[in-house]
Design a protein around this ligand. Structure first.
Ligand SMILES: *[C@@H]1O[C@H](CO)[C@@H](O)[C@H](O)[C@H]1NC(C)=O
Ligand SMILES: *[C@@H]1O[C@H](CO)[C@@H](O)[C@H](O)[C@H]1NC(C)=O
Ligand SMILES: *[C@@H]1O[C@H](CO)[C@@H](O)[C@H](O)[C@H]1NC(C)=O
Ligand SMILES: *[C@@H]1O[C@H](CO)[C@@H](O)[C@H](O)[C@H]1NC(C)=O
Length: 435
């Protein structure tokens, strides 16, 4: 199946490369953060949820926004969903729970298999975590289903960011504002103009918690990885099972043929050779992690790959000593995945990568980028300061294998720049990755 294949679309939009050195950027960031800490004692909302919790009355609960079905890969759907939430927030409306899509057919709209949001993510949990920031409503909350105003999003070259924003503002005023429901018609929200910062997106992503059924499946996969980790270390004996869960590395390998064709084109356009990593390069760089991370080897390396697309068992061969590669088949968890449609398989894999002790991905992949964004959020929540985030001994470290680290030819340390003003920089691929 097209597992992990979802980065494809968004990766078509490359970004410009930044030539300023990382050290300089880091210095700037630190300076800005120090100044910010001195001048503005309260932290911005994304860093402190209690701030948004306190404005409980924030979003109107009697006015709604309806959006078209959300389609394509897991990441595209997450971004589109967040964009719909933020649009509703701008209009001070509750977002009517949208349909996601279980399958991954780009063109055949009738094959898109709508799946209700609350079949995948916890509805009440979403509203409680995002309380005061954005709100989801149900169709049963509507008083009058006929009182709907349609709002046609423009398209084409002339439909600029400014015009789009003007339209949203116009519809937030009377007489339009009176309508109980405003229904946006036209393209899937992923294709709308984007008016929001990385922090705003991160605040929405954080409220997305998988329903129990699927998070339990992720638990099963993670537990299988850790069990194998224990046995390869010869810790079969129950008495030696430490309370500390056994660490594992997750690697999101993008080496499918069509990805390679696509990424070579992007490399050409951007005049760089830091996008397409071969199998060999990935294995080498991940292996060199041992020079920077304090590993106890052997360590299990979970390979998040589109197995079925790849059909190549050689990804299991050639790893450095002490790095034991496992994909779904070798782990014995194929059965867990095969029960589910594409979207759910992808969501489970996402969880497994999110929870990995070390994550290594490709900085031009949206899937990898969203994982690093969430892992960065996790570090912020744990109180890791920006200046420490790139250090080697920090928890939840992430790396990009497509860029060589500063020393030892390992992968480059990677954290998301939470102060970026647009998701574009982190979601459509970059090799400017903040460490
Ligand atoms: C939304 O409307 C409510 C009630 O009118 C108001 O209290 C709140 O400040 C508004 N929120 C935003 C984000 O504009
Ligand atoms: C619903 O709204 C329509 C259009 O505004 C109106 O004609 C109709 O009477 C309303 N129905 C109810 C039950 O309020
Ligand atoms: C994938 O591999 C299996 C077994 O190795 C083989 O039977 C099958 O034909 C292969 N499929 C493709 C698309 O190459
Ligand atoms: C993060 O993004 C902000 C805004 O674009 C920029 O000013 C800053 O230099 C970036 N920081 C790093 C470390 O890249």
């Amino acid at each position: 199946m097209e597992l992990l294949f979802n980065c494809k679309l968004s990766n078509f939009f490359g970004t410009t490369l930044n030539s300023i050195t990382c050290k300089c950027m880091l210095f700037l960031l630190v300076t800005v953060l120090i100044l910010r800490a001195l001048l503005l004692p309260p932290l911005p909302a994304a860093f402190d949820r209690s701030l948004s919790l306190s404005s409980e009355s924030g979003i109107r609960q009697d006015k709604f926004l309806e959006v078209p079905q959300i389609v394509w890969g897991l990441n595209n759907q997450k971004i589109a969903f967040a964009r719909a939430c933020l649009t509703a927030r701008l209009m001070n409306r509750t977002l009517l729970m949208p349909s996601l899509s279980a399958s991954l057919f780009y063109k055949e709209v009738d094959l898109l298999q709508p799946i209700s949001f609350d079949k995948v993510f916890q509805f009440d949990k979403f509203n409680s975590l995002c309380s005061g920031f954005v709100k989801l409503g149900r169709y049963s909350d509507l008083l009058n289903r006929t009182e709907v105003l349609e709002m046609q999003k423009g398209s084409g070259r002339k439909w600029t960011m400014e015009r789009d924003l003007d339209q949203l503002r116009q519809y937030s005023r009377d007489p339009f504002d009176q309508y109980e429901v405003i229904r946006i018609v036209g393209k899937n929200p992923f294709l709308w103009h984007d008016h929001w910062s990385v922090k705003d997106y991160a605040s929405v992503f954080e409220c997305l918690v998988l329903v129990d059924e699927f998070s339990r499946e992720a638990d099963r996969v993670v537990s299988q990885i850790r069990t194998i980790g224990r046995s390869v270390r010869g810790e079969n004996d129950k008495s030696s099972i430490s309370l500390q869960p056994l660490p594992y590395v997750a690697v999101h390998m993008r080496i499918e043929i069509d990805w390679m064709i696509h990424c070579k084109k992007v490399e050409q356009r951007l005049n760089t050779n830091q996008i397409c990593s071969s199998k060999k390069e990935i294995m080498e760089r991940v292996g060199n992690l041992r020079n920077t991370v304090d590993f106890t080897t052997p360590v299990v390396v979970y390979l998040a790959v589109a197995d079925k697309l790849l059909n190549d068992s050689s990804i299991l061969e050639g790893w450095e000593e002490g790095f034991l590669p496992y994909e779904k088949k070798k782990l014995g968890v194929e059965g867990i995945y095969s029960k589910y449609p594409y979207l759910i398989q992808s969501a489970i894999d996402y969880e497994v990568c999110l929870r990995a002790d070390v994550f290594v991905g490709n900085s031009f992949s949206t899937f990898s980028s969203l994982i690093v964004l969430e892992r960065t959020q996790k570090m912020i929540r744990m109180g890791v300061s920006s200046s420490d985030m790139c250090k080697n001994d920090v928890r939840w470290p992430s790396y990009a294998y497509n860029i060589a680290g500063e020393d030892s030819n390992g992968p480059m340390r990677w954290v998301s720049n939470m102060s970026d003003s647009s998701l574009h920089a982190i979601s459509y691929g970059t090799n400017h990755i903040s460490c």
